[in-house]
Design a protein around this ligand. Structure first.
Ligand SMILES: [Zn+2]
Length: 357
């Protein structure tokens, strides 16, 4: 049962605020609750959270997904940065005072997938804030394996905005689609969280980057991230534009996360032997696929969720070297989390939303 702050203080407990969903629904279901500050168990560290990164995933967990059971009540959010302020027994390599980012996937560490470096394929895999309590709190206890040094070039706000989206985009482009230098990739919604990560990763890999965005202001921001061509999907048909740009040949890879609104167009944009890789379906997941198109053009449809911790640590090193940057729309105080969700759902955000603690 949730107690008030005053009651917890009477019990001698130090309390913290956290963002909790107890029932699915609109932004009014987001509750700021007081809970006791957790104590790290063996193998765990406690992060004093400085900034919390929001993702579209947060809004799905809040709204609920038909046919999927979330273990409510849940503390929301998968991304955060902060400072280690307590360390449990049997923890090596992490100390109090370390500035860290949170790695958002928790796995068993003992199975074949975990030991093969593909921990995101572990059968006991949890995404923070989705299948277990997340980072939307002033303090969070995590396995020591779930923190990594904060890239020194980034402030806490920027650092809280990168892990989930860069891990996802890296796994999609590098591991699943195997995008190579000299190939052309179409990235949908190049200013969205995963989109802005994909534009930067594809550029760093040496690919030719075509991206979409809605409206001239967003298009200019995507071009500044490194896209070679930006298509304003509100003004033109992206399929026709891709055909024009590629001399009707199509692109080798399409980076999908939009779903029903774009998927059939994405398949039409592919060259022979092309690959579409998808990590999401923000406009719905029931798409029509013509098998004739798939086999005649030798297409590959690839699914992807999250990515390995090893790849994420590699990405963080690239941030350390200044090769990538976080794309923030704005920061909001933690008690304005509802406004953050509203901005994401209305597609008003031009980049990531970060809550300051
Ligand atoms: Zn495992």
């Amino acid at each position: 049962m949730c107690r008030t702050s005053a009651e917890l203080h009477t019990l001698g407990m130090t309390t913290m605020r956290c963002v909790v969903v107890r029932e699915h629904g609109g932004v009014e279901r987001l509750q700021l609750e007081e809970r006791p500050v957790p104590t790290p168990g063996p193998g765990q560290v406690r992060v004093h959270v400085r900034a919390i990164g929001l993702n579209h995933l947060d809004t799905w967990v809040r709204r609920g997904v038909a046919g999927h059971q979330f273990p409510l009540p849940l503390i929301l959010s998968s991304d955060a940065s902060g400072v280690i302020d307590a360390v449990g027994r049997s923890v090596a390599g992490v100390r109090e005072g370390d500035e860290v980012v949170v790695l958002p996937g928790v796995s068993c560490g003992a199975c074949e997938a975990c030991q093969s470096g593909v921990d995101h394929l572990c059968r006991d895999y949890d995404i923070l804030g989705e299948s277990c309590d997340g980072t939307g709190a002033e303090y969070v206890c995590l396995p020591a394996a779930n923190v990594a040094p904060k890239p020194r070039l980034l402030g806490f706000e920027d650092a809280a905005a990168i892990c989930l989206v860069f891990q996802t985009a890296w796994n999609m482009l590098v591991r699943r689609a195997e995008l190579r230098a000299g190939e052309t990739v179409l990235v949908h919604a190049g200013l969205s969280g995963v989109g802005s990560a994909a534009v930067q990763i594809a550029r760093a890999l040496g690919a030719q980057v075509v991206a979409t965005a809605g409206g001239p202001e967003k298009c200019a921001k995507v071009a500044a991230l490194g896209a070679h061509h930006v298509i304003d999907y509100q003004a033109t048909d992206f399929v026709a534009e891709v055909r024009k740009l590629t001399g009707k040949a199509g692109v080798q890879v399409v980076f999908e996360h939009v779903g029903e609104a774009t998927f059939s167009g994405s398949l039409k944009c592919l060259s022979r032997g092309g690959r579409v890789v998808t990590c999401g379906a923000t406009t719905g997941g029931n798409v029509q696929v013509s098998l004739h198109q798939v086999f005649f053009k030798s297409l590959s449809i690839l699914g992807s969720t999250m990515g390995s911790k090893g790849d994420l640590r590699h990405v963080l090193r690239m941030f350390e070297q200044g090769q990538f940057r976080a794309v923030l729309d704005r920061t909001l105080p933690m008690d304005q989390v509802a406004e953050g969700h509203r901005l994401l759902e209305a597609r008003e955000a031009m980049g990531k939303i970060v809550l300051t603690v």
